[in-house]
Write a protein that binds this ligand. Structure first.
Ligand SMILES: C[S@@+](CC[C@H](N)C(=O)[O-])C[C@H]1O[C@@H](n2cnc3c(N)ncnc32)[C@H](O)[C@@H]1O
Length: 147
């Protein structure tokens, strides 16, 4: 099955180089914008009510995918599906960012961890009751987590 998706907008980021881009939104204070295409503007109704939103996007500058990768935070190889590495069979990324303001089709956001011009596939509200779990295992990351 082939799936064709149409971006709903674009992420405007201060970062143009992968190496200078934060590796996770939770570690980023960077401010940027989302420009939603006018045809999707009705879909933004009520978004201002949420302090955080979930972004789904395409890693459009990803290199060729491999199934085993060395993630940013470890020197060991891991299966790509055990990591957040951008080079993956379907190069889809997910970031939870802070929603600072909205002007019509523009959303000002904080916590950017993507390159400028990243195509945005979807926006969902972040709702702690749905999205926060107490995890009992965090795999290889357990030995790498910051104090
Ligand atoms: C480790 S990924 C994590 C992104 C997201 N929070 C996730 O978990 O899916 C973040 C890194 O991907 C790379 N990156 C960001 N935007 C990209 C893009 N549009 N194309 C390719 N690589 C990108 C940068 O090196 C950045 O530091």
């Amino acid at each position: 099955m082939e799936i064709i998706l149409k971006p709903i907008g674009i992420i405007i980021s201060p970062f143009n180089e992968k190496e200078q881009t934060p590796i996770q939104s939770s570690r980023s204070q960077a401010i940027g914008r989302i420009e939603v295409a006018p045809e999707f503007s009705d879909g933004l109704q009520d978004i201002e009510g949420f302090s955080h939103i979930i972004l789904l996007y395409v890693f459009h500058c990803a290199a060729k995918d491999t199934l085993q990768v060395r993630p940013f935070l470890d020197a060991q190889l891991h299966g790509v599906f055990s990591t957040r590495y951008p080079n993956r069979p379907n190069p889809i990324g997910l970031s939870v960012v802070r929603l600072l303001a909205r002007w019509e089709n523009t959303l000002e956001i904080a916590g950017i961890d993507v390159l400028d011009g990243t195509p945005l596939l979807d926006i969902k509200p972040y709702i702690p009751e749905f999205d926060v779990y107490e995890a009992s295992r965090i795999g290889w990351y357990a030995s790498r987590r910051q104090a």
